[in-house]
Every structure is written in C-alpha cells, then in structure tokens.
Design a protein around this ligand. Structure first.
Ligand code: TYM
Length: 327
C-alpha cells in the first residue's frame, strides 16, 4: 500500500502524536511505500514565529529520525518544498463545498480559541490542503489519530467527486486509526485531547525533563472513585493513564487494569511516570545527536523531496489535464 501522513512542526511532539500516529507509522514502514511529511504550510495557518519555523522543521525531522523512521524505507520530506501541494490544493478547492468546510470540527474549535483577526482563510482551507497532500501520492491509507478522521473523510469525498466529475484520477484512501490510542486525553482535562498548544501541563512532550514528566503525570486529573478500573466512559482520566501505560507496554488496557488492580492512583502514576521517562530519555539522547547534524537532516529531507516531487508532478499534470487546463 501507499501510505501518507504528516505532523505540523510546532516545537515538539507529545506522547499523543506518538501513540495516535507515529507508532503506527513505524510498523507500516517495513512493508509499505510510506511518505511522512513535515507539514509546514499547515503550521502557518495559526499564529507562528517566522524566525523559528525553519528550526522547528529540523526539530520535527530529528524527532522522526530518533523515533525510528528510516529514510532508507520511508520518504521523509517538507511539504512546502514540493510546490505541487499548494497547486493541487487550489484545484481541489474549486470542488470543495463551502458548507462542508465550515462544518469541520477542527476549524470550528480553532476559531473559538483564536482572536477574530487570527482566523484566516488558510485555516478554513486547511482540510483542502490536507486532501491535496494525501491525493498527490495516490495514497491508499492514512494513519492518523481520531481528530484527523473527519479531514480524511473529506479527502475521500473530494477524490470521489473529482473522479465522477472529471474522470478517474485519484485513488480513494482509507483512514487507519489505532484501536485504543486514537485519542490520548489531556492530563489536566480528560474531556479534551492532549495538545501541547492548548495546555502544556496536560501533555507529555518529548522535550520534557524527567521532573516535568513526573510532575505532570502525578498531577493528572482522575476521579474520586475507588479502585483501578478501565472505564473510558465513566472514568476517562484514569482510563487515559491506563491506555498510555498499556500502549507503551504493548498490552491491552484491561491487562493494565489487572496489573494495577490492587494499587492506588499514586502507585499507578508513579509507575507510569517511570515508564514514560525510560521510554522518552533514550529518544531524547538520539534527538540531541541528530540536532548536532542539521546538514545531514537537511540532506535526508532533500533526498525525500527528490523522491516525492516527480510523483506529485505526475498527479497534478493528470488533474490539470482532466480539468481542461493546459498542463
Ligand atoms: P497534528 O500535527 O495536529 O498531529 C499529528 C498526528 O498526531 C495525532 N494526534 C493525536 N493522536 C492521539 N491523541 C492525541 N491527543 C493526538 N494529538 C494529535 C493526529 O491525529 C495526527 O495524526 N492536519 C494534520 C497534519 C496533516 C496530515 C496531512 C495528516 C497535514 N496533512 C495528511 C495526515 C495526512 C495535523 O494537524 O496533525
């Protein structure tokens, strides 16, 4: 299968990004044709600092590499380096129903959080650019967390509509969402998803120190019930801790529940902190090594661009021809 996915370069990634998306990517890269992108054009739809963007791109690439994405197996590249992403986004935008874009949950949520003058056209157009990312490579499957499912569904409907209207051009991709880790919740507010930008104390970031990880996990909001039970509906905070623990241990949440059956919340949080620290520290060490070799990172991304661009060019040419544009 051809696989495509991406992450916005926003400083650091968190354990939600890893469990919701990257963990799946690592399994897929052994047997599939994978494209993993650094989506910098998406990052500029919300407030950002121009003087930090390039470094954030390199940082995210360093995380991709330290977590085990292998440039020998997967194509790693920067979205804005392949200008066909913006070009196809424009073409697809002309068939994207305005009403459907206005109904996108992420757009509505972000618009609520931002100041009125920060809500820009790019934020509204975001899902169309994402559809272009995916469709350019004739992608068959898109491994993402649950929050991106709606965008992948829009991508499918845009591909189907284009094919119907102008003739067969795009493969219609399916979404790949992990069973239990699709939505890692904020440690501070289990009603919300974990997000570093919404509340850094609710997230376990890959750049956090051992002390920060421990402090955030120990203060995680749970409930006032007794006993350790995996019940995502009634006890979402506790279920979230068990989910993270289980996913890192490669066991099911109910096996984690059994393991902690006779423990207190405190015991569980202590064990989870230790587990997270021992998981993250070696990755941080790798990350530091990569960050000392920015030229090597840039060469890997350039190699990725050189592999991705001809495929993207071919698809854009087909789409333009089908629409009657001069290619
Ligand atoms: P982004 O950068 O917000 O997140 C990257 C990936 O991490 C997943 N994720 C989570 N999974 C579980 N629990 C969480 N709390 C959590 N937070 C984030 C996301 O679902 C995502 O898979 N629009 C996308 C980036 C993108 C993309 C694409 C993805 C652009 N083009 C094409 C796939 C295909 C985004 O902003 O993800």
């Amino acid at each position: 299968m051809t696989i495509f996915s991406g992450i916005r370069p926003t400083g650091s990634i968190h354990i939600g990004n890893y469990l919701g998306a990257i963990k799946n990517w690592l399994d897929l890269q052994d047997n599939h044709d994978c494209f993993f992108c650094i989506v910098d054009l998406h990052a500029i739809t919300t407030p950002f600092q121009p003087n930090r963007l390039q470094e954030d791109v390199v940082r995210l690439a360093a995380f991709y590499l330290s977590l085990g994405l292998d440039p020998g197996k997967s194509t790693l590249f920067i979205q804005s380096q392949v200008k066909e992403h913006a070009e196809l986004a424009w073409l697809l935008g002309t068939i994207a129903p305005f009403g459907e874009l206005a109904r996108m949950t992420q757009y509505k949520e972000k618009s609520r959080q931002l100041k009125p003058d920060q809500i820009n056209g790019g934020l509204f157009y975001y899902p169309v650019l994402m559809a272009a990312d995916i469709l350019l490579y004739q992608t068959e499957a898109v491994p993402v967390g649950e929050d991106q499912q709606q965008h992948v569904e829009l991508t499918r409907s845009l591909a189907q509509k284009f094919n119907r209207q102008f003739g067969q051009t795009f493969k219609v991709p399916k979404v790949l969402i992990p069973k239990e880790q699709a939505r890692i919740r904020s440690l501070r507010d289990p009603e919300r998803k974990m997000s570093k930008t919404d509340d850094p104390r609710g997230a376990v970031s890959f750049l956090d120190s051992a002390e920060e990880i421990k402090a955030n996990v120990m203060r995680a909001v749970t409930d006032s019930e007794k006993g350790i039970k995996y019940d995502p509906e009634k006890r979402p905070g506790l279920a979230n801790l068990l989910t993270i623990y289980a996913a890192l241990e490669n066991i099911s949440p109910s096996e984690a529940e059994q393991k902690f059956a006779d423990c207190s919340y405190r015991d569980l949080k202590e064990e989870l902190s230790q587990q997270l620290i021992s998981f993250i520290q070696p990755i941080q060490a790798e990350y530091q090594k990569w960050m000392k070799q920015p030229e090597k990172i840039k060469a890997i991304l350039e190699e990725g661009r050189a592999k991705a661009q001809p495929i993207a060019q071919k698809t854009v040419l087909q789409a333009k021809n089908k629409m009657g544009l001069i290619g």
